[in-house]
Design a protein around this ligand. Structure first.
Ligand code: TYD
Length: 367
């Protein structure tokens, strides 16, 4: 039987790093909403959780391949087997604090890995027929941190803001963005780059600010705010981010970059206050105690960027995407998700996690 056109599985999409936070949300969304096949290439390192994708595994449209983007032969074989119509490249080391204590793995995964993936992709793409070549897409998921730090009154980052990365993490992502640009300019590879602001939502590994605060609050631990807590981030709900990626993949212009943000600038103090208020409402401590009693101002992060803010006019104007989930709504859903998923939280906070937390936080002085 021939399925109607819109029900036929599209040819396959190769996702890298799909067992991480944003990749997981993207795959679950795509499998649910579209009749698409997804092959997920993931190294399954410390922050990756193949179990996140149990719902996708129940379909016959999802496959996990364990491997490293640095392995160019594996990438070549995989591309030959899968013949994807598109690659969505999430795989990256992404935690700034880890990049400060050990930059090398960031160079390896983000810079070397992306350039090997690009080279394997170019070799594969150059052998395709003209039609397949022109419809193929390589979408590279990047960060607003490549633009550096803003002062309180500076205008938000646009796609034209010069790159000025400040941390080993953002420098490694900036380098990978430049390689993607070069592969488009030099070889004509049909690339797209997205630079997003700080994501939050279900499945985020509890080393990042919001899930760390929720987890520590629930465990009766300190809520460690770096420095004066007045650093500002723009917060983007992960579901909105995934919608934006799907939009750019469908309709973005090759060779272009698109900024993606949540229109939700908040200081870290405001973010932590929001977590505490939501937990006070939903899991009250009682006995006159409040979660905010656990807040501790600690030694600042080295080279801590003061403010990020993203101008999203380009994607709104050209592609008609804009964020739909307010910070208040997104935080309410996120805190509830972590309250409901205590088993997930304990399954990911393993020995490696606990080692990292003690290395990172035990030496920090409380103000
Ligand atoms: P993070 O989630 O690490 O994202 P990024 O550094 O990529 O923006 O941190 C978000 C903000 O929260 C950043 O200003 C650093 C701050 N922060 C704390 O104050 N305490 C913490 O324990 C962590 C992890 C982050």
């Amino acid at each position: 039987m021939k399925l109607p056109q819109n029900k036929q599985p599209r040819s396959c999409v190769l996702v890298t790093g799909g067992c991480g936070f944003i990749g997981t949300n993207y795959i679950l969304r795509e499998i649910e909403r579209r009749n698409v096949k997804i092959v997920n290439l993931d190294k399954c390192a410390y922050s990756a959780n193949p179990q996140n994708l149990a719902a996708a595994e129940k379909t016959d449209r999802y496959t996990l391949v364990q491997g490293d983007i640095c392995d160019i032969d594996l990438m070549g074989d995989l591309l030959n087997d899968v013949r994807p119509a598109a690659i969505v490249h999430f795989a990256a080391e992404s935690h700034v604090d880890r990049s400060i204590s050990g930059p090398e793995i960031f160079v390896q995964t983000n810079m070397v890995g992306t350039s090997r993936l690009l080279e394997a992709t170019r070799r594969h793409w150059s052998k395709l027929g003209a039609e397949e070549q022109s419809s193929f897409r390589f979408l590279h998921v990047s960060t607003d941190e490549v633009f550096g730090s803003l002062g309180a009154d500076d205008p938000a980052f646009t796609e034209e803001t010069p790159y000025a990365p400040n941390s080993p993490y953002s420098a490694s992502k900036a380098a990978s963005d430049h390689m993607v640009r070069a592969y488009h300019h030099t070889y004509g590879l049909p690339t797209l780059v997205t630079n997003c602001s700080n994501n939050y939502g279900p499945f985020q590994f509890p080393e990042k600010l919001i899930p760390l605060m929720i987890r520590n609050a629930m465990a009766g631990l300190k809520l460690p705010i770096y420095g004066d807590g007045l650093n500002v981030r723009d917060w983007l709900y992960v579901g909105d981010h995934c919608d934006a990626i799907a939009t750019v993949l469908d309709r973005g212009r090759c060779g272009e970059t698109y900024n993606i943000g949540g229109h939700a600038e908040r200081t870290n103090r405001q973010v932590v206050e929001t977590v505490c208020r939501l937990l006070d409402e939903r899991a009250p401590l009682g006995h006159g105690k409040w979660y905010s009693d656990q807040v501790a101002f600690v030694t600042d992060r080295l080279g801590h960027d003061r403010r990020y803010a993203v101008n999203t006019e380009k994607i709104e104007r050209e592609l008609g995407w804009k964020p739909t989930v307010s910070f208040e709504q997104g935080m309410s859903e996120t805190v509830q998700w972590y309250l409901d998923q205590r088993a997930w939280v304990s399954s990911v906070t393993t020995g490696e996690y606990r080692n990292w937390i003690s290395r990172q936080y035990e030496s920090l002085q409380t103000a």
